[in-house]
Design a protein around this ligand. Structure first.
Ligand code: G4P
Length: 191
């Protein structure tokens, strides 16, 4: 998605060779107009897939996932990283390790919001090692939902996330695929 890549070129910062900072428009301050365009792009790309539900993982995936769900006319389900006293009904849970942030959490989804046969589109901001997405897939498969696709804003193609998902037969669509962040330079795949 050219306008998104242009924005990354202009406002993104390669913090080091592994981490891209996009906090001015994606995950700290959020640009609603850009998120709407992203939602349109994902909805268009996956329109033939008979999506019944959009799923994301809190928190940075919520803005683009909500816009996508709105464009598809479907509900958005946000997977939680923390349980609470009010989230004590029947739950699906699976442990996820975040390498980038060096933390572990229990990804949690209430059973009542997903049905057998649901066709789910997973949306997230970054695809790095694919830990978060794989966790979401484990929960959804446990609920006997089908994974109709994964939509990612920024894929770090030098990390193994895409390969991991594709090995499971998952259709991954990324709006920006980063080849390298070496020496402070943001390089996209195919350029
Ligand atoms: P993985 O799920 O693909 O394996 O990724 P990993 O565990 O390595 O990263 C997990 C968290 O780190 C995610 O945030 C992800 O958005 C963030 N992240 C990964 N790579 C980058 C990067 O290059 N730049 C930035 N800014 N973030 C990155 P999270 O834990 O889900 O937190 P949240 O921000 O969604 O709340």
């Amino acid at each position: 998605m050219e306008i998104f890549k242009e924005r990354i070129r202009k406002e993104g910062k390669a913090l080091n060779e592994h981490v891209l900072k996009v906090d001015g428009f994606v995950n700290h301050q959020v640009d609603p107009e850009l998120m709407e365009q992203i939602g349109e792009e994902f909805a268009k790309h996956f329109e033939e897939k008979n999506i019944t539900k959009v799923v994301t993982i809190e928190s940075s995936g919520i803005a683009p996932a909500l816009m996508t769900a709105r464009k598809l006319g479907k509900q958005l389900l946000i997977l939680k990283k923390k349980t609470s006293k009010v989230l004590n009904e029947d739950l699906y849970q699976t442990p996820v390790i975040s390498f980038t942030k060096g933390e572990e959490y229990n990804l949690t989804m209430s059973k009542k919001f997903i049905e057998e046969g649901d066709r789910v589109l997973i949306i997230d901001d970054f695809l790095a090692n694919g830990e978060a997405c794989s966790g979401a897939i484990r929960l959804l498969e446990e609920a006997k939902a089908e994974i109709a696709g994964v939509g990612i804003l920024i894929e770090k193609s030098f990390q193994p996330g895409r390969e991991r998902l594709e090995k499971q037969g998952i259709d991954v669509y990324s709006l920006a695929r980063i080849k390298s962040l070496a020496e402070g330079k943001i390089e996209f795949l195919g350029e």
